[in-house]
Design a protein around this ligand. Structure first.
Ligand code: SF4
Ligand code: SF4
Length: 342
């Protein structure tokens, strides 16, 4: 029997970018293969859930879990991987903060289903068919996982040992995490693997005293390549975002979007950014403030693009907070053990 530690990699509600980020560590993937027995990685190898279920609790040494939790299936797998793993890593922004899937928390399940299956301009659904949680076919009953109203982060569903931020995490930090795991030199449990400071601390652009009189979209101006983008009116989340990417976006004239999440000690990156901007707007009256903010389309999308599910807001109020949650197609599947839902 192999003495190598066991590694699992799993994705829940994600885009697949985090899986690609693992491959982006290039030849270090051979170190991973040499150091670990890969016991579960459905994206790359033909493992089944039953293989994991058959393992003893705690048998997997490390699980890298990417993707947010938005379905009964995601939650079931999060609980299963937690139970079977000694160390569970929230890998990437979706698992850590909700990321792009978490933007769904600006709506609810009914609104999304209505748009996706009925109202979107590209939809052709003359009979108004909705996906059903259960469908009877001659061979038996087909089920779809229940679809939640609220997207959650991994640690809102199960305890998490480490966090690897980024959308996706930069290869050097994936490699650093792998090396730390291989050498057994992991930081204290609960740590974020990466840097504590902000993207501004990594950014070579020259900053001056800010006075913003309007915001520009990237296509509206050609920015000075040496000056801070925010000083030039281009929204840049660098001041409220954890460093670690090497200020990649500002280095190509794009404002930081905040994909590494808030820096150490900040609970709500959006609130931090709003507070920082409030102090540099060149306005004296509420009307002047409104005029400047009118040049910033979709502020909620800017400030909470990656972190809504983890933020203090977490989501918008549900229209039917106490209504029948199973009334809509894709309501939670009844067979799922209720204790798996949180
Ligand atoms: S963190 Fe980014 S790259 Fe990773 S799964 Fe989510 S959206 Fe994709
Ligand atoms: S461009 Fe962005 S990351 Fe760079 S110094 Fe300005 S605010 Fe910070």
């Amino acid at each position: 029997m192999s003495a190598k530690p066991k590694l699992a990699i799993y994705w829940a509600s994600s885009c697949g970018g985090c899986e690609i980020a693992i491959l982006a560590i290039h030849e270090k993937i051979l170190d991973v293969a040499a150091a670990f027995d890969l016991v579960f990685w459905p994206c790359a190898l033909d493992f089944k859930k039953a293989d994991v279920e058959a393992m003893a609790d705690g048998e997997i040494d490390v699980t890298l879990f990417n993707g947010a939790i938005r379905t009964d299936d995601n939650a079931e797998m999060a609980h299963l991987m937690r139970r079977k793993s000694k160390v569970l890593v929230a890998f990437g922004s979706c698992a850590m903060e909700g990321c792009a899937p978490g933007l769904a928390n600006f709506a609810d399940r009914a609104q999304m289903m209505r748009y996706i299956y009925h109202d979107a301009p590209t939809v052709d659904n003359p009979e108004g068919v909705d996906p059903q949680p259960q469908t009877l076919v001659p061979e038996g009953t087909l089920t779809l996982p229940g679809f939640w109203n609220t997207v959650k982060t991994l640690d809102q569903v199960v305890p998490v040992d480490y966090y690897l931020p980024g959308c996706p995490p930069e290869a050097k930090w994936v490699a650093a995490a792998v090396e730390a795991i291989v050498s057994g030199q992991l930081p204290p449990p609960g740590s974020v693997i990466g840097m504590d400071v902000t993207v501004c601390d990594e950014c070579p652009r020259e900053r001056s005293e800010k006075k913003i009189s309007r915001f520009y979209r990237p296509q509206e101006i050609i920015p000075d390549p040496h000056k801070c983008l925010l000083d030039q009116g281009l929204l840049c989340m660098g001041i409220a975002t954890r460093a670690g990417c090497g200020a990649l976006c500002p280095s190509v004239n794009m404002g930081c979007r905040g994909c590494y999440g808030p820096n150490e000690g900040v609970d709500d990156g959006g609130a931090r950014m709003i507070s920082a901007l409030a102090s540099v707007l060149d306005a004296k009256t509420p009307e002047e403030i409104d005029t400047i903010l009118d040049t910033l389309p979709d502020p909620a999308g800017y400030f909470y693009r990656f972190g809504l599910a983890r933020s203090m807001l977490q989501r918008t109020a549900l229209a039917q907070e106490n209504g029948d949650r199973r009334a809509h197609p894709m309501a939670e599947v009844p067979h799922l053990d209720p204790k798996l839902k949180t």
